[in-house]
Design a protein. Sequence first.
Length: 391
Amino acid sequence: MSQPGQKSRGFFSRILGGGSGSADREHRADQQTTEAGPAEIEGGQAEEATDGRMIAEPAQVESSGTGAGAVAPEDHAPPEAEPKAGKGGWFSRLTAGLSKTSSKITDGITGIFTRKKLDASTLEDFEDLLLQADLGVETASRITDRLSKGRFDKGIAPADVRKILAEEVEIVLAPVARRLEIDPANKPHVILMVGVNGTGKTTTIGKLAAQFAREGKKVMVAAGDTFRAAAIDQLKVWGERAGATVIARDVGADAAGVAFDALKQAKAEQYDVLLIDTAGRLQNKQVLMEELEKVVRVLGKFDSSAPHECVLVLDATTGQNAMQQVDVFRERAGVSGLVMTKLDGTARGGILVSIAARHKLPVYAIGIGEGVDDLQPFDAREFASAIASGG
C-alpha cells in the first residue's frame, strides 16, 4: 500500500521519541457499527450500532492542538530533540535488550558444541535449540545446512557457530530492513496503525508523531481507539508535546467516522502526515476485524489511495502468536509494514526472524524498552549480531 514517490530525508536517521504506553484492553465484540459512507459521516448523521445505541455525530469531533484554543502546530517551534545516542550506545542497549534471547541461544550452543564432534545428533539438537528460540523452520534449516558442509566428524568452536548464526540471520533480515518513508506528494500521507491489545501501539504512534514533528512535518493524529479513554487522553498528551493536532471524540464513538473526519481536515489544511490509531483487537474476533475493515473502506471512499501505509505493531513476548497476527491482519487490513516492541522482555526474540522469512514484510522499527531512545529503526546487521552475542 506504500505509494512510490520522493523519499523523505532524516526521519529514521534520528532517534525516535520516547514514552511509555498503558496496556490496552479488549473492547466488547458487540460494539460493531454498521458501515457509513462519507456522505453520511460528513452530513453529521447519527449512526445506529448493532446494540441499539446511537453513535456520536461527527460534529462532536474535538480538535486538540498544542495549547488553549487548539493552535495549529505550525504556529509553534518544533519540540526540542531528545539527546541523541551514538551508534555504539544504541547497539549496547539492543544487545542488553536481546540478552534473554541471545543468552538462551548461545548457552545452548556452548552446551551442544563444546568438546563434541559435529554429527547428525548434534545438528538435530542445534536445530531444536533454534526452533525453541522461534527462529523458524526455514532459518533453522539454513543454519544447520551451512554448518554441516565439510565439518562432519570434526570439532567446531562455539564462537564459529555463533558467527555462522549471525551471518545467516542477517541474510534473512536484510531484505526487510526498510525506512518508513513519507511521500511528499500525499497531503497527508496516511498511516493506519493496527494491532492487538497491549502491543504498545498507541505509545508507538506518539513516538512517531513526535519524531515527524521534529523533522518539521505538519502532523495530525486521529484517536481511533474510541473504546478506551486512556488511549484518547494519551494521544492528546503526545499531541501537546509534539506540536501535533489530535482529532478525537468521546469514548464509544464510531472509529470510522473519526478517521474520515481527520482525513477530511488533514487534506483541507495540507498536513504532511496523518497517523490513525485503532482499537486493540484480537485477530480471531470476526466482528472486531470487520470493524477495522470498515475504517479502511471509509478512508478509501475519501481518498482512493488511503491509507498509504498500514503498520502492524507486534509484541515480541507473544512468540508464535505474533506470526498468526501477521497472517490475519495482512489479509484483513492490507498490512504493509511492521514495528516490533518489547524485544527486551522475552527469550523468544527470534520470532522476528521467523516472520521475516515467511512474510518478507518491511520492518520499520523495533522497541527494546520504554525509554526515549528505545524505539529505533531496524538494522539487520545489528540485530543479527546482538542475537548471537550471548548478551
